[in-house]
Design a protein around this ligand. Structure first.
Ligand code: OAD
Length: 247
């Protein structure tokens, strides 16, 4: 089976943790997944960070240490190759923070939930910056700019936590892409490796359908929103994508 990509088709891809599972990065909601072993409200919410920043930094330092040892897999590479073919007719929106799409060569990329290898100040407006530091347990990193100004402010991971707003410019870029796909040709929406449990990513399929797009899901098991897709390809992304998106 191949995706029906014609010269007028624009492809919006949404990926989730399942795409990186074959790289050895744990997903969130599976039995033994990250949210089973680490209570989400303690490690991925502003309240959790205020209550115990050392615990939150230990969690994200462990994630950094692990992701650094992982390599992108055939699923990431297939999507990067699809972008090479389509150019500006391609956009990849990922919920993953592991940086593996970029390492596989994807350039037209929206990182909806942030980036594990970036930090920002929890207080000042210094822009987010590259940071792959694995902090020692108990170490609380401070903002260098606030330090120079004579006060202490904690750094925090550049991750969108539960209860926080997504970057509005990211969503606007995705919507613009979908609308221009429809006005200038056809829209094909492909979701891969995501449980469909987290908004607003889970609702992109509905927007694509409202705009008349063709919607595809590749997942190892039926996602929560699987019935809202026109096509469901059951399987592992690293095995399915190379042939599904090939010319
Ligand atoms: P989940 O852990 O909720 O879902 C991963 C999905 O991938 C499941 O439906 C699996 O069946 C599927 N899957 C597993 N291995 C696969 C494979 N090799 N090929 C294809 N599918 C596979 O992860 P997400 O949907 O990404 O947010 O979770 C969304 C967000 O919830 C995450 O970005 C994270 C989390 O809270 C933040 O941390 C901000």
């Amino acid at each position: 089976m191949k995706l029906p990509i014609e010269p007028s088709t624009r492809v919006l891809v949404l990926t989730g943790a399942g795409v990186s599972a074959e790289s050895g990065i744990p997903t969130f909601r599976a039995a033994g997944g990250l949210w089973e072993t680490h209570p989400v409200e303690r490690v991925a919410s502003p309240e959790g960070f205020r209550a115990d920043p050392a615990l939150v930094w230990r969690f994200y330092s462990e994630r950094r240490a692990q992701a650094r040892t992982c390599a992108s897999n055939p699923g990431h590479h297939a999507l990067a190759a699809l972008e090479k073919r389509l150019g500006d007719r391609f956009l990849l929106v990922t919920q993953n923070v592991d940086g593996l799409h970029r390492r596989a060569g994807t350039e037209r990329l929206v990182e909806l939930h942030g980036n594990l290898f970036m930090s920002r100040c929890s207080r000042c407006d210094r822009p987010p910056f590259d940071d792959d530091t694995v902090y020692d347990a108990g170490k609380l990193p401070g903002c260098a700019r606030c330090d120079r100004a004579g006060s202490f402010a904690l750094l925090r991971p550049h991750i969108v936590w539960f209860g926080e707003m997504l970057d509005a410019s990211h969503l606007a870029r995705v919507e613009r892409f979908m609308e221009s796909a429809v006005s200038e040709g056809k829209l094909l929406f492909l979701a891969v490796g995501t449980s469909g449990a987290v908004m607003p990513a889970a609702a992109l399929v509905d927007l694509a359908r409202r705009l008349g797009g063709d919607t595809w899901l590749v997942n190892a098991e039926p996602a929560d929103n699987a019935s809202r897709f026109h096509h469901f390809v059951h399987g592992r992304s690293g095995e399915v994508l190379p042939s599904l998106v090939s010319p």
